[in-house]
Design a protein. Structure first.
Length: 192
């Protein structure tokens, strides 16, 4: 596996890798050890395949969409974004209001101004009113973020509702099995 850099310098970046390069392979992201590995699906170690909690996934619009439940309701259209490490769940504004029970900017619990694709935007956040269930993994009241100035950006850009970032997985290994029947795996590591 290749180690991920501790703190990449923007001047050292040369681009990003799209999902199309990973299709037909297994891509392993070891967050605790900061390593990644791209391998032929047949070369995925049996121990990883057996121990992971697998959920169905689908590739559409050039993105990997995963099945999950939020507050007891199945969400359709949540894509997994390996480049969204700070986010647990970023969603369109309407879903954010429904899932958090908040009305908007005034009662959000977090406010962040940041750039996204060269635009300055305000991101607001609040915990979900219930739990996020991904396979057998349950995350209580995960922080959900949204951009009120772009209330339906996931719907208009990807035909979805939001994205699942990496914030929930910093102590886990994620496996993207991107063969004919894509699936998303979570492998918890023993606590030390």
């Amino acid at each position: 596996m290749r180690n991920m850099p501790d703190s990449p310098h923007p001047e050292d970046l040369h681009g990003t890798v799209g999902l199309e390069l990973l299709i037909g392979h297994a891509f392993v992201i070891d967050f605790p050890k900061q390593r990644i590995c791209l391998l032929e699906r047949a070369d995925l170690p049996e121990s990883l395949a057996r121990e992971a909690d697998w959920i169905p996934a689908e590739i559409r619009h050039g993105k990997l969409f995963v099945d999950l439940d939020l507050n007891g309701k199945k969400l359709d259209g949540i894509l997994y974004d390996t480049g969204s490490s700070p986010d647990a769940l970023a969603v369109d504004f309407g879903l954010w209001k429904e899932a958090t029970g908040r009305s908007g900017t005034k009662d959000a619990t977090t406010h962040t101004n940041a750039q996204s694709w060269g635009r300055d935007l305000e991101f607001i956040g609040a915990p979900a009113s219930g739990e996020l269930k991904i396979g057998n993994h349950i995350y209580q009241r995960p922080l959900m973020t949204t951009v009120p100035a772009q209330p339906d950006s996931f719907q208009s850009e990807y035909g979805g509702q939001g994205l699942l970032g990496n914030a929930l997985f910093m102590g886990s290994v994620i496996i993207l099995d991107l063969g004919a029947h894509p699936r998303f795996g979570i492998l918890d590591l023993p606590s030390r």
